[in-house]
Design a protein around this ligand. Sequence first.
Ligand code: 5RP
Length: 217
Amino acid sequence: MDQNAKKRNVAQAAVNYIEQDTIIGVGTGSTVNYFIEALEPIKHQLAGAVSSSDASTKKLEALGIEVLDLNHVDSVSVYVDGADEVTEHKHMIKGGGAALTREKIVAAVAKKFVCIVDDSKRVPVLGRFPLPVEVIPMARSYVARELVKLGGDPEYRQGVVTDNGNVILDVHNLTISDPVALEKAINNITGVVTNGIFAMRGADTVLVATDDGVDSY
Ligand code: 5RP
């Protein structure tokens, strides 16, 4: 089965986690785009959505789903999002689409985080995928030097400005044996907005599309 068919299957499976008449959180990326498509038949059962990116907001609104300001929302029942890597401990690397900060905010608010991936994203240890770090533009070189001290090789993602007006450093060659500790250490560097390790708030459920169907853990 090709990767897009797996993404479509896992996105469809995530619809089962939606509770009627609640506000849902919607992530960003190609897998989530299939999830947004899968919302079409049940969109009237939603109380609205909060979105993790301008790109997802546009797609939701095009379907007629109301996108709410997170500041006007008391609770988000479930947050559905993809990942660049996910472990058996439900820790993730995210941010390949540069939406990591808003994704982390919506994930923090949500009661339940459902991560949707195809089986190429499953890894024993995080770090093969370069770790995205969102950085205030004037701090870019300083943060890069600090990331080198932590053992990484940061690379400026050319031509990308996040929805928050910041830049992304992709950090290669990190060994992420303690994701919680590294998530905190990188977030402690002055000028870092956040980094793409989602370990302090990992997923609650991971859905993985394989050739044989969709597994969950
Ligand atoms: C965007 C993300 C995405 O969830 C991640 O990059 C996975 O995307 P895709 O489903 O296209 O593989 O974190 O910032």
